[in-house]
Design a protein around this ligand. Structure first.
Ligand code: PLP
Length: 417
């Protein structure tokens, strides 16, 4: 099955309307209006190719993997393992065994905190995160630090939503065993220079995890170039199914780490006296995995590869610039976060209107945006706001949709005077 995107044969450009045809969810009316889906940072819509892959798997290939000697099980196993190789290629990991299928970024970080964290952390040791982390890159480390008597340190950001690198550097000392940083902030859109930040942490021999949940849908990822030890991805944010994601881990670390969960699939041999474990990645994939999810994520990866990063990045850059320009015309609207390097995510407040009211009013126009703290309460505290509204764009969004959002916000302004 081939993705259907092909550049126009005469102009060589990709037709956005042709791409939108691949996404059934984009062609529906909600509240009597055409859907304008601008909540891509929460989850992206899925192309037909991914939906059809799930349907095909459940219709014709459904069987459990790795254990069966019969035809269907061999087919399903091959498709699952082929998806692992696609994810390896997507992240430029050195080895498919470095790709562990998990439920998503949240599970990936919990896996590392529980397994690697408990292995290495001693009382008095330190874990460094930043002030722009998603709760899923805060809470697992808090739980870990509390349980072993270690300390969580937080590198601050400035009012543009940029990490203050000199302060980050000051935190990096010999007690720091783990550094966990977000690649792209889901509330501010800030893109961190993770290669540089990893390099600084490596000077102190810290192990580094990068939360790539918001980066993987928007830019090419090269874990070897970044130099990180762990990298996390959520399939549903990059046009794949929910309930599937990847933990990349450097093989030397995965080999030394104890299992995260026990059960079938992750063992070499079991007796009542002693169990020995399978090598990675199986050691970390206890039980029946999300087989269809992994296959669907593999198709989403191929879809992105077929589109090409040049197209994705350019389309999203145009949308971001246009949206910033248009939103600036809405009276009382303030954008939260203005880092120099940023992804197509815009958080904002409007004077005199609570974020939830903004979301509810624009919903009447068919516009789906997120409102709330976006699982980043410390960022809200830092900016002194209870919540923001957030519009986040994917390559399939259009400038007309930005206009629809702007118009809906103008209407909200009128309602609230
Ligand atoms: N990290 C970031 C930056 C996110 O934006 C999200 C989800 O919004 C997560 C982690 C958690 O991802 P998931 O819910 O897919 O586990």
């Amino acid at each position: 099955m081939q993705p259907r995107i092909e550049p126009d044969s005469t102009t060589g450009t990709i037709d956005i309307e042709q791409i939108r045809q691949d996404f059934p969810a984009l062609h529906q009316q909600v509240r009597g209006k055409p859907l304008t889906y601008l909540d891509n940072a929460a989850t992206s819509q899925k192309p037909k190719q991914v939906i059809e892959a799930l349907s095909r798997y459940y219709s014709y290939q459904n069987s459990n993997i790795h254990r069966g000697v019969y035809y269907l099980s061999e087919q399903a196993t091959a498709a699952y393992e082929a998806a692992r190789v696609k994810a390896q290629r997507f992240l430029n990991a050195a080895n498919p065994a470095e790709v562990v299928f998990v439920r998503g970024t949240t599970e990936a970080i919990n896996l590392v905190a529980s397994s690697y964290g408990r292995l290495v952390l001693q009382p008095g040791d330190e874990v460094v995160i930043s002030a722009m982390e998603h709760h899923s890159n805060i809470v697992p480390w808090q739980l870990l630090c509390e349980s072993v008597g270690a300390n969580l340190r937080v590198a601050p950001i400035d009012t543009s939503g940029t990490l203050i690198i000199s302060e980050y550097e000051k935190l990096l000392g010999p007690r720091v065993k783990i550094v966990a940083l977000v690649h792209v902030s889901n509330s501010l859109g800030t893109i961190n220079d993770v290669k540089h930040l990893v390099g600084l942490a490596k000077e102190q021999s810290a192990v580094v995890l990068i939360d790539g949940a918001q980066a993987a849908p928007h830019m090419p990822i090269d874990v070897q170039d970044i130099g990180c030890d762990f990298y996390t991805v959520s399939g549903h944010k990059m046009y794949g199914p929910t309930g599937i994601g990847v933990l990349y881990g450097r093989i030397e670390l995965l080999e030394t780490m104890p299992p995260y969960q026990g059960g079938g699939e992750m063992i070499r041999s079991v007796t009542f006296e002693k169990t020995t474990y399978a090598p990675p990645p199986a050691k970390f994939e206890a039980g029946t995995p999300h087989i269809a999810g992994a296959i669907g994520m593999g198709v989403a990866i191929e879809y992105l590869e077929q589109l090409g990063w040049d197209f994705v990045r350019e389309q999203e850059r145009v949308l971001l610039e246009y949206a910033l320009e248009r939103l600036a015309t809405v009276p009382g609207l303030q954008v939260i976060g203005s880092a120099e390097s940023r992804a197509s995510v815009i958080s904002f407040t409007v004077d005199g209107i609570h974020a939830h009211d903004i979301g509810t009013i624009v919903d009447q126009e068919g516009v789906a945006i997120r409102t709330g703290h976006h699982c980043t309460q410390p960022i809200m505290d830092f900016f002194g706001v209870p919540a923001t509204a957030r519009a986040s764009f994917a390559f399939y969004n259009t400038v007309e949709e930005v206009d629809t959002l702007t118009k809906a916000l103008m209407e909200a302004r009128e309602v609230f005077g």
